[in-house]
Write a protein that binds this ligand. Structure first.
Ligand SMILES: [Mg+2]
Ligand SMILES: [Zn+2]
Length: 238
């Protein structure tokens, strides 16, 4: 089931697997035999046009950690409490196979709050990598909301820094997260954002997200599906 994409440009509710159709992308630029329905693809293209993104497959995808890659356990410093979100391992595998770089950008204000230290965060991150595979870049912000740092989302610092570490302009980077701060940080950095809401995501954050995906699989489908291969970017579309 790779449906579930919606944007605010469309009043459609999220589709379910039962509604899935075998239609191809109506714009003729998606991968053939796409798994999404025609209406899903139209929604993706509307979004791409509207936001000036997704013309190219991103060269890297930066993921929020808590609530996106793993179940959110607030201020967790215990590697044993790391539980991947549904479909995370498979989604990341597909990203890596596609040759798209991966990274993690995570607010960890528990450090500023004195609830855990950087070594705790590192241990949890190592467990994340054990369960979900290696990431090309990791960034976390140890500051609190009052610190005025440049890195804490919704500020763009971690995304800019991670993109620079990968040698990429931010416009070639996508950010996947579960709350409005992830989306805002991506926008401030000039990166594309995909929101994958959870039960904890606020309604207005869902409503205002430029691109929504029901789960990590759907988010990765969206980000990888736009082109069959990099060769398609020679300037001429079939
Ligand atoms: Mg999160
Ligand atoms: Zn910071």
């Amino acid at each position: 089931m790779r449906n579930g994409l919606r944007t605010r440009l469309s009043a459609e509710p999220r589709t379910t697997g039962a509604e899935k159709k075998e239609e191809k992308c109506p714009a003729g630029v998606c991968f053939s035999g796409g798994e999404g329905s025609a209406s899903d693809m139209a929604t993706i293209h509307d979004s791409a046009r509207h936001h000036g993104a997704l013309e190219q497959r991103p060269a890297a995808i930066l993921f929020d950690r808590d609530g996106t890659l793993i179940v959110d356990v607030p201020y967790n410093g215990d590697p044993d409490q790391v539980v991947p979100m549904p479909g995370a391992a498979d989604a990341l595998h597909r990203v890596r196979v596609a040759g798209v770089r991966t990274g993690v950008v995570s607010n960890q204000s528990g450090i500023a709050r004195g609830l855990l230290d950087e070594e705790d965060v590192q241990r949890v991150n190592e467990r994340v990598a054990e369960l979900l595979g290696p990431f090309d870049v990791w960034r976390f912000c140890p500051h609190g909301p009052e610190d005025g740092c440049a890195c804490r989302k919704p500020r763009p610092g971690m995304i800019l820094d991670a993109a620079a570490a990968l040698g990429l302009p931010p416009a070639r980077v996508a950010v996947v997260g579960d709350i409005g701060a992830d989306v805002a940080a991506a926008a401030a950095a000039g990166a594309l954002a995909v929101l994958v809401p959870t039960a904890a995501t606020r309604h207005e954050e869902v409503e205002s997200a430029p691109v929504l995906a029901a789960d990590l699989a759907a988010a990765v489908d969206l980000l990888l599906a736009e082109q069959k291969a990099p060769v398609a970017f020679t300037g001429v579309r079939p």
